[in-house]
Design a protein around this ligand. Structure first.
Ligand code: AMP
Ligand code: GLY
Length: 424
């Protein structure tokens, strides 16, 4: 089979790495790819916003299956464009991807199908939002409705801050059209877990749980990022919780989307808060998580292509999906200054010894002659695999000691919650 992967981050490197293990696959293309993906696939520099050109490329190269990594092409309808041309593609349609593309839409689905989530109101008028805030307890969570690269959520400690956040989104248009509508919701306390699931529109099968580290600094301080590290499994996510997520979140969401006439096919990612009063959904994403994929796919034993084909053909109920019992941890190495301003083009040197249980996934890198140089905020994701989380982390951190570029930064406390639990 010939496969095309869309995207160029750490998630896409993990996808290409896993897809390459399938005996069915003879050739992989990636648009645009990155410096690491270029070692194992043909990277093609086409713009992701030109969906017709992407489909034309897939048509000309006789691609058997296209796999979409990022949310923006999904929200723009890449799946619809490919399907119209008879091309096989893994991911939700434009309508179904609204579950990530519009937080208000996701909330409506959750409310309509009784899926546990934070109480909220949605507003297109600033004064109405202000009136709603006046009646709330603090802290207050203010969210831009549309896609904002993970930045459109503000946790306001006071009502004044919440009103300012609304003003910045609605009047000053800090997130452009994403802030035309805002969602204001109650603050939830607890621990976050990411559950990615395969869905074929009827059957939904969760993957192994993982936990992201969204803040830039150790101790979960500083601004939010795309994610600075992750690990899997998560010990607090016991089988009873898995059943609860299936029963209360995943199955009703997939059934609800089908009822709404937009069957959900692809990866449904539920960002969950484990609160004192049970599981609540913080957000849905319409795709694999980044960096969660870099710890989830290394634990997948089943052929990913078989699963994706079963999703497209709606026969996920006939698949058995198997996982290893080991642990995986990814430490993201970023450019100094990220998530603020940073400089690209720093030469990266890799001198880590070969180790089957270490995978260096590239994110913001590119080839520059003989060199690999930095080309984004999140530069690498180094995944370690081991019998325990400690082993996995040890392998990842040891490998990072042998990787160098100017102003590199990484958190040294990935997995801290889980490690603290283990000591109890
Ligand atoms: P979202 O994009 O909706 O997942 O929000 C990004 C991050 O903001 C989440 O991963 C949480 O850390 C935080 N967050 C979002 N909604 C809430 C909430 N209702 N209560 C507490 N934290 C939240
Ligand atoms: N790691 C968070 C996300 O992929 O949205």
């Amino acid at each position: 089979m010939k496969i095309l992967v869309i995207g160029g981050g750490g998630r896409e490197h993990a996808l290409v790495w896993k897809i390459k293990q399938s005996p069915k696959v003879e050739k992989i293309y990636c648009i645009p790819g990155n410096g690491g993906i270029a070692e194992i696939a043909d990277c093609i520099p086409l713009p992701l916003d030109d969906l017709e050109s992407l489909a034309q490329f897939a048509f000309e190269k006789e691609i058997d299956l296209t796999v979409v990594g990022p949310e923006i092409p999904l929200s723009r309808g890449i799946v619809d464009v490919f399907m119209e041309k008879g091309l096989r593609i893994f991911g939700p349609t434009k309508a179904a991807a609204e579950i990530e593309g519009s937080k208000v839409f996701a909330k409506e689905i959750m409310n309509r199908y009784h899926i546990p989530t934070a109480a909220s109101g949605s507003f297109e008028d600033e004064q109405d939002a202000v009136n709603f805030i006046e009646a709330m307890d603090t802290p207050i969570v203010v969210k831009a409705d549309g896609l904002a690269a993970g930045k459109g959520v503000i946790i306001a400690q006071t009502k004044e801050e919440a009103k300012d956040a609304v003003h910045v989104m609605m009047a000053e248009k800090a997130f452009g059209d994403a802030g035309t509508c805002v969602l204001i919701e109650e603050f939830l306390e607890g621990e976050e877990v990411s559950i990615l699931a395969f869905s074929d529109g009827k059957t939904v099968v969760p993957m192994v749980p993982s936990q992201d580290h969204k803040r830039i600094f150790e101790g979960d301080e500083g601004p939010n990022t795309g994610g600075m590290g992750a690990y899997s499994p998560v010990s607090i996510f016991m089988p009873d919780l898995q059943d609860e997520v299936m029963r209360q979140v995943l199955q009703p969401t997939v059934d609800g989307m089908a009822k709404e006439g937009m069957p959900y096919k692809g990866v449904l990612y539920a960002g969950l808060m484990l609160t004192a009063t049970g599981i609540k959904v913080l957000e849905f994403n319409a795709r694999f998580g980044d960096p969660e994929t870099q710890v989830v796919l290394p634990r997948l034993q089943t052929d990913l292509i078989d699963i994706m084909e079963a999703v497209i053909d709606q026969r996920l109920d006939q698949m058995t999906i198997e996982w290893t019992s080991n642990h995986a941890a990814v430490v993201v190495v970023s450019s100094g200054g990220y998530p603020g301003k940073y400089v690209k083009g720093k030469v990266i040197t890799f001198n880590q010894p070969q180790d089957e249980e270490v995978i260096v996934f590239h994110a913001g890198t590119k080839k520059d002659g003989q060199d690999i140089v930095t080309y984004g905020g999140r530069v690498l994701g180094v995944t370690g695999i081991g019998e325990t989380l400690q082993d996995a982390l040890h392998k990842a951190y040891k490998a990072i000691e042998h990787i160098k570029f100017e102003d590199m930064f990484y958190r040294r406390d990935i997995g801290h919650r889980e490690l603290a639990r283990k000591k109890d």
